[in-house]
Design a protein around this ligand. Sequence first.
Ligand code: NAI
Ligand code: MG
Length: 499
Amino acid sequence: MNAPYDAGLLERIRKDLSSEPKKLFIDGEWAGAKSGETFETKDPATGDVLAEVASAGAEDVDLAVRAARKAFEGVWRQTKPDERTRLLLKLADLVEQNGAELALMETLDVGRPIAFSRFADVGGAIGQARYHAGWATKLYGETTEVSAPGEWLSYTLREPVGVCGQIVPWNFPLAMAMGKIAPALAAGCTVVLKPAEQTPLTTIRLAELIAEAGIPDGVVNILTGFGRTAGAALAAHPDIDKVAFTGSTQTGRAIIDAAKVNFKRVQLELGGKSPTFVFDDANLEKAIPAAAMSIFFNAGQVCAAGSRLFVHEKVADKVLEGVAGMAKMLKVGGTLDPETQIGPLVSPEQLERVTGYIDLGKQEGASVLVGGNRIGESGNFVEPTVLLETGPEARVRQEEIFGPVLCAMRFSDDDDIDRLAQFGNETEYGLSASIFTSDISRAHKLARRLRSGSVRVNGSGGVDPALPLGGFKSSGWGRENGKAGAEAYTELKAVTVEL
Ligand code: NAI
Ligand code: MG
């Protein structure tokens, strides 16, 4: 997994980032914010400032929405589906060609270890673009028979929703930006996208590649800025037809409130508190690393992180020892070190939040099997941590921590499948779940009973653009990815003609 990087390229990136403030991308042009305001983005491993970036406000949002509206009514509407496919595939190729640069940039801005940013961020973005490119020519309506008297021709049309506001978080900036832009463009929509204020850099570079790919001006507009200003203005703008958001449950609620002005379509991919179940007949060689990495990968800053582990008492000692062993073995450290497996949390705010939860867990009576502390004095590093003996009501077991903190619980033969499903469903979330067992019936029975947008059996891994992604309950509204994700950028129209 070693991914040595090019020191000359790193030098060029740093020089470019520090040369002058990065601008907004509106209607194919680069411009500073109307207010002239900027903000700094930092390297979470060191706290060093990487770049100054334009801070968009309501005026800039308005300009970007106008550009997106003009493109939607004009050039993009005239662009045929197969041409949209070609443009998205071209964009994917450009991201691939510039992969080394984008990976380094992401590592600097997010704190992702360099060994992971190439496949998680760059590979993720390419996969999204190539998958969704195909949908441009495959979205269509149906014909149906109606029961009214007379002879009728009745059919449905799938039309693009329109201008979309898209708001992205900081954990996988490039892959998530592409995961929002690509299905929108495939469906014929235009976009105003805001990356997270912590991690704007690869999205700015993506805008350059969007222009280079030949995607017409105004089809994609990129506004860097804060949630309470640029983000809120996007969610409330009366000429945006749909808002797609990934982030916290709390901000998701604010988006719903703002969107009601013009009944925007709202797509929300929110938090999770996802369970992993390990039965006594599981292949532990697979289950142990999967349970560990599903919470420790990316320092737990993953919406689908497996943050609650339910393990059968017969194998619990072995599994917990294995997970704790991995927690101790994983190399936490500098993000440019190719050996590093766990980087810092994205910001001092997240560091405070995560260490706050660990302290809370102790107060709530949990014992710490491994980890439990901040590492060092600089950078936002936290030890991979396992908490035992958390009660079902404990906040650390109910709330999304978004750090490398696992709550582990034992179950026994007395807990039948319905009881286990109850454990799985005990939080307000319902995003994802994992099951390890060699009993096929048990796996499927539990999968049916879990109120969860996705269930993985006997395997590990991340997002696949072919699989719908989203949650039950407070984990959100709607689905991204797969056919459902592509169709979510369309409106359905029924046409019926008396012949
Ligand atoms: P957040 O939800 O506030 O931020 C995500 C995005 O929303 C950013 O682009 C931000 O600028 C924007 N935003 C913030 N307030 C907004 C508003 N009022 N209107 C429109 N856009 C707004 O999340 P934050 O504060 O960065 O992280 C807090 C917690 O949220 C994390 O600890 C984690 O639990 C959760 N989270 C979940 C993510 C996921 O993948 N589901 C990703 C990031 C955070
Ligand atoms: Mg940053």
